[in-house]
Design a protein around this ligand. Sequence first.
Ligand SMILES: [Zn+2]
Ligand SMILES: [Zn+2]
Length: 574
Amino acid sequence: MKNREIARLFHATADILEILDANRFRINAYRRAARVVEDLTVDIAELAASGELTELPGIGQGTADAIVDYLETGEMFGYESVRKEIPPKLAELLEIPGLGPKTVGMLWRELNVRTLRQLKRALRSRKILELPGMGPKKVLKIQGGVRAYESRSGRTLLGAALPVADRIIELLRGVKGVKDVSLAGSARRWRSTIGDLDILVTGSDPKAVIEAFVGMDGVVDVLASGTTKASVRMDDALQIDLRVIAAAEWGAALMYFTGSKEHNVRLRGIARKKGLKLSEYGLFSGDDRVAAKTEKAVYRKLGMPWIAPELREDRGEVEAALDRSLPTLVTSEDIRGDLHHHTSWSDGFASIEEVARAAKRRGYEYIIISDHSQSLSIANGLSEERLLEQGEEIDRINKKLRGFRILKGTEADIKSDGSVDYPDEILSGLDVVIASIHSGFEQSQEQITGRIISAMENPNVDIIGHPTGRLIERREPYAVDLDAVMRAAAETGTALEINCHDERVDLNDIHARRAVEMGVMISLGTDSHDPSQGWMMDIGVHTARRAWLAPQSILNTLDRRALLKHLSRSGPAR
Ligand SMILES: [Zn+2]
Ligand SMILES: [Zn+2]
């Protein structure tokens, strides 16, 4: 049957007409025809053969001719002709979640956006905000869609999955009889990318839980639906697996489905040595269940304290637990400020005051405004003059804020020769200087490493931003000898950043752990371009936990005075 193919061509024709800002009636005629053909239960070729096409509601003479045309020639004339009226790659942009034909058409006409590359550039420009209906929220949404589109074959970024998970957990908590709801799997361990989302529930009415789950907003496909488990696919392609667990087995199931596999294998080995058997249903001695209800109880019977999910990777946590030497991990409550934030002075969307007030609402004591420096003109980097002006503006706003302080900073470019993008007299007037690489990614390992090290040798540089430059699933790290960078960071007292932004997570958990072992302080910065991204601090905190970090290893746990004191004595030459 050609029904699906014909419906697809009608939809595609309508999309292109909408991009072209064509007559509403014409667009609607194609959309209606597409839906009618989609819903047909008989082969459309039969209707065409018997001349009954125009008897279908919603199929007029024009669309009937198009169907016949396609069945006879394998091409649809109407589609082929409108397709030539737009640039060849433009229609592909419609596959980006959150980007519709109207917007694609407007971006093409107003900003000459014809390709994905040009779209990404336009999304970073100021001009886009002047177009009707294009506020910061919309721009951020499309940027998120572009990211989802670019990594759609691979794993999902944690930052994209967590808001979905939160919404579902909230919904399930409201179902009658539900007692516990928890995320499991790699999302509960805060891995920076996930395959699918696992959610566990206990409740007295599993049927109601399953019904609420498969019926929730955003579900496009129910992959499985049984009495205690279900799987769905969401409109952003994310797969979510739900299991309803008996309350008596909650702890054992949570451990089993949280993983990692490697951690669970270790635990099962320890159980065996004690003559016990560990499964998703509990810890058993013969047929007797000795523990299952809580994770704590199961770990205790295995001879160890509860292990935080972030550590469950078989990277020494089992030994440390048996030894009673698990680290005291940093928590979100320990964090007193965000150490990397942009504003509308460079390529961010919000004013300094909006950023500061949002940070204060999060319970922070301070925030660092770190806009881009002059040579990053694509991001509207600040000239020396504008940086000084920004400082005056910060002074003005600080006078208005009680119990909160905006610190003056910059994210200065490390230029190709390793110099930092402002002269020392400017840098030394700031509270905090982040130095980052934003260009020359293709340089050799020797060059890149040398650049970062010479930036660290500048006593005004406090933090190296996103030290490897990777973009998860999209851009490999530049060639950098991290061990050499960490050694130099320890020697110069320069902190290395865990950039908390979900598409970076840079340093990653393994690198951050190694850096701290080498005596380096870690700085957590969200690299937010809008206050709505400030929650990504959670990603940074949990990445730090995955790196086994205690509060003392993290700059942001210092109060403002201690932070400034630390920074001013951290360089060798001060
Ligand atoms: Zn940066
Ligand atoms: Zn930044």
